[in-house]
Write a protein that binds this ligand. Structure first.
Ligand SMILES: Cc1cc2nc3c(=O)[nH]c(=O)nc-3n(C[C@H](O)[C@H](O)[C@H](O)COP(=O)(O)OP(=O)(O)OC[C@H]3O[C@@H](n4cnc5c(N)ncnc54)[C@H](O)[C@@H]3O)c2cc1C
Length: 263
């Protein structure tokens, strides 16, 4: 599991102007939605959530937003090119309750779409809030529609009909849910965490922290004050756990370990 499998890209789906999904054949341990893989382009290695878990066709997918040197190099690859893939790592979402609310912002929709597909396949009732800056950047709408989940979109510029952030969309849903699962920018997740607390809805949140080894050895992704490693105890944490995490919604650490404000 810790040795990367060198895999050929089976196909690539362009999801939005800056997000592509890379599909790989997979005969290893099946990931749980919310778990992540380490992707190696023979130069650098980065964590990426699993966005597609297809046990019938033995495939997994990762969806990558082009933001910097690594993701730009991977975006230049084509079908048949190779990448190293190790994992799955971390603690994923635990699908519990009966009525589930799933919320994804930007490329945070990657683990959320896999979660919605699994929850619907197991007959859970799912509402999903899909948030992005513009209509073009709303991810996985076709896949979500196929699941039969109720979809609530929102964009910063109003180009999908609802103008506002994920938290604004959440405030329009005066329904009760047994559980909420959330992934996106941390400022978004903190606002949603506070709203869910007010409504007494337990939540599970997927955190991003700078990761090096991804197997719990280096300690780079440890959280203040609990010391939990995001790569092992996370990346998914429950509301009651996040109450003990001082840095949640406040700051993170960069590649050197220095404290940085959330981007
Ligand atoms: C558990 C987890 C799951 C993720 N899932 C996805 C996903 O599904 N799709 C996606 O597009 N991105 C995902 N990311 C973020 C992704 O790892 C970074 O965007 C990527 O590493 C950026 O590399 P870069 O060289 O292109 O950009 P850089 O310019 O190096 O960095 C851009 C941003 O990515 C962060 N980053 C860079 N390297 C790492 C690292 N080793 N660990 C954590 N963050 C890093 C930086 O702190 C910075 O905020 C995930 C991160 C984590 C921790």
């Amino acid at each position: 599991m810790h040795v990367p499998k060198i895999l050929k890209i089976k196909r690539i789906i362009k999801e939005s102007p800056d997000v592509k999904t890379f599909i790989f054949p997979w005969d290893g341990r099946s990931p749980v939605p919310g778990q992540f893989m380490m992707i190696w382009d023979f130069k650098d290695e980065k964590p990426m959530s699993v966005s597609l878990i297809d046990k019938t066709n033995n495939e997994i997918g990762i969806s990558i937003r082009k933001v910097g040197p690594f993701t730009s190099r991977v975006h230049k690859l084509g079908k048949g090119d190779q990448l190293g893939v190790r994992g799955p790592y971390g603690r994923g979402f635990s699908i519990e309750g009966y009525r589930i609310l799933a919320i994804g912002g930007g490329v945070g929709m990657a683990p959320i779409v896999a979660l919605v597909e699994e929850a619907r396949a197991r007959d859970f009732e799912v509402d999903v809030i899909v948030a992005a800056r513009t209509y073009d950047e709303l991810l996985f709408l076709d896949r979500l529609k196929k699941t039969g989940a109720r979809i609530f979109t929102c964009t910063d510029d109003g180009s999908c009909g609802f103008k506002g952030l994920a938290i604004d969309r959440l405030k329009t849903l005066n329904e009760s849910y047994d559980m909420a699962m959330v992934c996106g920018p941390e400022a978004m997740m903190k606002g949603i965490f506070l709203e869910l607390e007010k409504r007494g809805i337990p939540g599970q949140f997927s955190l991003e922290r700078y990761m090096k080894c991804a197997m719990g050895l280096c300690g780079h992704c440890c959280l203040d004050d609990t010391g939990w490693r995001v790569c092992v105890e996370g990346p998914v944490f429950w509301s009651h756990e996040l109450k003990m995490v001082k840095e949640f919604g406040e700051y993170k650490r960069d590649a050197t370990g220095a404290i940085r404000p959330l981007g």
